[in-house]
Design a protein around this ligand. Structure first.
Ligand SMILES: [Zn+2]
Length: 364
């Protein structure tokens, strides 16, 4: 008798519907609280979150101080991603910073907090007003300057020309920040995948399909040009501390980040929203964290939740393997791959969690 084997029918599934569940059995050592006090050195108010609610989450996980890097802005979420809503900085200073001493601090975007107007240099007095607003915000309590990635990607002058990050016309603003002894957090460019064609080889494809406005494959300046402009700006202001968020926006190439940290002694990086990149290269990332433990700041840059903070602590503190983490928007179940913990030594952890942030705040 002849027996034919008939394999089961395997249905077609669309890529967007493919949500595999890991069958790997490994323990989950997620910490309830961070091992040492934490400064979240990079976050924003995503919508109106009352300070009491924020403090409840901070206390539950061990975050001592929370830095709103866009003190004069609230970021409500819509289908296109985050939009921006400019608010007087007094709102955050009075209701968070002054009301709860030691728990909150903020930077200001000054006149760059204007999504509705991408022609920032269209008005002749833009630079003067940016300096005035910056000085006024600092007098009210802001601790530094935050520059958005829209510079180099969207902001144009009155002739319609794209403004490079190191445009000489903006120099007086940076000179003033430097004179005042304050740091600048400067976000330039974005993940590598946002700048290459959005095709089947792009590892960011699902993210870009969901948020097309994050795709810069047709950007006026290439990603490398933008990073070179940023580096020239850094070199021009050796007395100012620059915080380069998102692992200096080159977490895909930590050797390159290392060379920048070696070259520019006035730079720090933060790890916000990049545990995906760091956690997929745990050996390299661990070596990098140990080598540059004096230059790395903790931050998450996403809507706060106990779960989001604990995922970061799990990444930094444990040897856990192949685990999930919140995506750029703080959502679970959207990760492109899973990550591995770094099991950092206590000395490095203390520096990354709070000591480095305290040093930057003191202007060192
Ligand atoms: Zn941010």
């Amino acid at each position: 008798m002849q027996v034919t084997f008939v394999p089961p029918h395997i249905p077609d599934i669309l890529l967007k519907d493919f949500q595999p569940r890991s069958l790997l059995k490994r323990p989950d050592n997620t910490p309830e609280k961070a091992r040492f006090l934490v400064v979240d050195a990079h976050n924003h108010l995503f919508g109106d979150l009352p300070p009491e609610e924020l403090l409840r989450i901070m206390d539950a996980v061990g975050v001592q101080t929370w830095v709103n890097v866009t003190g004069n802005v609230v970021l409500p979420f819509d289908e296109a991603g985050y939009t921006i809503e400019r608010r007087p900085i007094e709102g955050f200073i009075d209701h968070y910073v002054k009301a709860y001493p030691g728990r909150f601090t903020c930077l200001t975007m000054s006149e760059f907090a204007r999504w509705e107007n991408f022609g920032i240099l269209a008005e002749d007095d833009f630079v003067d007003r940016a300096i005035q607003t910056f000085e006024a915000d600092v007098a009210k309590g802001a601790c530094g300057f935050k520059l958005t990635k829209e510079l180099g990607l969207r902001f144009r002058d009155k002739t319609g020309a794209m403004i490079p990050v190191d445009d000489a016309r903006l120099e007086p603003i940076f000179r003033r920040v430097e004179e005042m002894g304050l740091p600048t957090l400067i976000h330039v460019s974005d993940p590598e995948g946002f700048f290459i064609p959005m095709d089947e080889t792009n590892e960011h494809y699902p993210v870009l399909q969901e948020f097309p406005s994050w795709a810069f494959q047709d950007s006026f300046f290439s990603k490398n040009e933008l990073l070179e402009q940023r580096n020239r700006l850094i070199a021009r202001h050796p007395k100012m501390n620059f915080i380069l968020p998102h692992v200096a926006n080159s977490p895909e190439d930590l050797d390159r980040v290392a060379s920048w940290l070696d070259t520019y002694s006035n730079t720090y990086i933060d790890i916000s929203a990049r545990v995906d990149e760091l956690g997929r290269q745990p050996y390299t990332a661990r070596d990098f964290f140990i080598e540059y433990q004096d230059r790395i700041l903790f931050g998450i840059d996403m809507p706060v939740s106990e779960g989001a903070y604990r995922a970061y602590f799990r990444f930094l503190e444990t040897r856990d393997e192949y685990f999930e983490y919140p995506d750029y928007l703080g959502r679970w179940g959207h990760c492109r791959w899973r990550i591995y913990g770094l099991d950092l030594p206590d000395e490095a952890l203390r520096k990354v969690y709070h000591e480095n942030a305290e040093r930057v705040a003191q202007g060192r």
